[in-house]
Design a protein around this ligand. Structure first.
Ligand code: ZN
Length: 178
């Protein structure tokens, strides 16, 4: 029995030693490869954050009947939004101009529209020195298109309108930030 115990102890200590040796070898190996090791191990987490911040492309159209094709746009907080506005009608911008104006929460839309009308076509119907606009496109006439990029604001629901005089009551929608 004594001998067996001794043998087991020896075997055990050898096992521990060999384990320790292996560990040491492994550590030495990773030290040399540290750069590649750390980049490859951190890439999966980078990928998930990349998905969250992936550019969201939105195609919004406006027509001669004063209609947007989208009344709801869903994006994620902080996400880069690439919005393309296309005027699919044929009427000129002085009679049927369209833009996309994203407004801050709490904006009084009729009041804003009034200020937009005063700003006039030269300003693309964007009131000067306004602090109520998060992002906007220029004013388009039939057949024209334009793209803008902006960062999605914090979670919540935001109104967007066409600020051409008289259009907002038909041309409006919600940007939902999740
Ligand atoms: Zn319009």
């Amino acid at each position: 029995m004594k001998n067996l115990n001794k043998f087991m102890l020896l075997a055990l200590s050898m096992l521990i030693m060999s384990c320790g040796e292996k560990k040491e070898k492994k550590e030495k190996f990773t030290i040399g490869d540290e750069d590649t090791y750390s980049t490859s191990s951190s890439s999966p987490s980078e990928k998930t954050s990349e998905e969250d911040t992936q550019v969201k492309e939105v195609m919004l159209t406006g027509n001669d009947q004063m209609q947007f094709n989208l009344h709801e746009i869903k994006v994620k907080e902080g996400q880069t939004v690439k919005l393309t506005l296309k005027h699919i009608g044929t009427m000129s911008k002085d009679v049927m101009g369209h833009n996309f104006v994203l407004l801050k929460q709490g904006t009084d839309i009729p009041e804003f529209a009034q200020a937009a009308m005063k700003a006039g076509e030269d300003k693309d119907f964007i009131p000067e020195n306004t602090d109520q606009v998060i992002a906007h496109t220029k004013l388009l006439g039939g057949g024209e298109s334009t793209s803008i990029e902006f960062q999605a604001p914090k979670k919540g629901t935001y109104d967007y309108i066409c600020s051409f005089p008289g259009h907002y009551s038909l041309m409006h929608g919600k940007l939902i930030v999740e």
